[in-house]
Design a protein around this ligand. Structure first.
Ligand code: ATR
Length: 293
């Protein structure tokens, strides 16, 4: 039995009570024999840095995940950033490498989690395919780089506020060029309406529309029959999107797999060991959906 106190991690956000991350990381720790405790840290909306520094000052604190709405602030606070966090301008993971925040390393594992869920869990290869990414906020920014690295033929980023999509695409233009990916923007209202914006192979909803109960923000013809349509939400929030996908003859997928995979990527960064996600995702799926696939 280890005698040292366990290493400490938290998920920092507001709200954070709903977060499944503590259960996911507890399962990873049990599976890999890692001695750690993972908790929730509710941070005041105007006091994220203060709350996080107070946590980080505990001798056993080793890192944290960051969720809405602090991913940009976390990215700003870190002394060092991985290339994918730099490109996203958002961090969902911090590793405390040294005393104080002089040694905080920021990473963004959301995109790697999404790609792994799509390619491994859903068995959907992305190379050569056409992708529609809906949204241009932090969630979309976190995944665009890793999606480009899969070398799809084309990615269209559509957003309600077009300049945000244009800014995101401009920031990723060099990466898209070096990977031979056609990267474009579109207005939401044109998606599924203009001929060039129909029949995508993969559609990813990274907007907060499902969270707000605002419905699916694009027209059905964005999906070709058999396409894969993923919403980053899960549970009841994802249900309208999944029903919509089914009505178009597409394969709907919620964000539960991405959630577990991004957690595994964070865990690997912190602990140097990669957990087996399959049993953890299966258990979570049973809990959230009452056993539905
Ligand atoms: P997050 O970090 O979750 O991405 P965000 O940065 O606030 O949060 O971004 C929210 C995204 O959801 C944005 O792309 C936003 O569109 P705008 O940039 O036009 O605001 C999008 N969004 C939110 N509510 C929406 C709705 N009802 N319909 C369409 N898009 C919506």
């Amino acid at each position: 039995m280890p005698t040292a106190p366990p290493d400490l991690y938290v998920v920092a956000g507001n709200p954070v009570a709903h977060s499944r991350s503590p259960a996911i990381h507890a399962a990873f720790a049990a599976q890999t024999g890692q001695h750690l405790v993972y908790d929730r840290l509710l941070c005041p909306l105007d006091g994220f840095a203060l709350a996080l520094r107070a946590f980080a000052q505990q001798p056993a604190a080793r890192g944290c995940n960051i969720t809405v709405p602090f991913k940009f602030e976390a990215w700003q606070l870190a002394a060092r950033r991985t290339p994918r966090a730099e490109l996203a301008q958002a961090a969902n993971t911090l590793r405390f490498d040294a005393e104080g925040d002089g040694g905080w390393l920021a990473d963004n594992t959301d995109g790697a989690g999404l790609v792994r869920d799509l390619t491994v869990n859903a068995g959907c290869a992305l190379a050569g395919r056409s992708l529609l990414l809906i949204g241009a906020g932090g969630a979309a920014a976190g995944v665009l780089g890793p999606l480009i690295e899969q070398r799809p033929a084309r990615i269209v980023v559509a957003n309600r506020t077009l300049p945000r999509a244009e800014e995101l695409v401009a920031r990723h233009a060099d990466l898209a060029r070096t990977h031979g990916v056609m990267l474009q923007t579109a207005r939401l209202a044109d998606c599924g309406v203009l001929p060039g914006l129909c029949a995508f192979d993969v559609v990813i909803n990274a907007t907060a529309a499902s969270l707000e109960g605002a419905g699916v923000p694009v027209a059905g013809p964005v999906l070709q029959p058999g396409a894969l349509a993923l919403d980053m939400m899960y549970g009841d929030k994802a249900r309208p999107f999944l029903d919509w996908a089914a009505r178009q003859g597409a394969i709907g997928r919620d964000g539960l797999g991405m959630l577990v995979e991004q957690a595994a990527e964070s865990f690997a960064l912190w602990r140097g060991v990669r957990p087996d996600t399959a049993p953890v995702l299966a258990a979570l799926r049973a809990e959230v959906d009452g056993g539905a696939a």
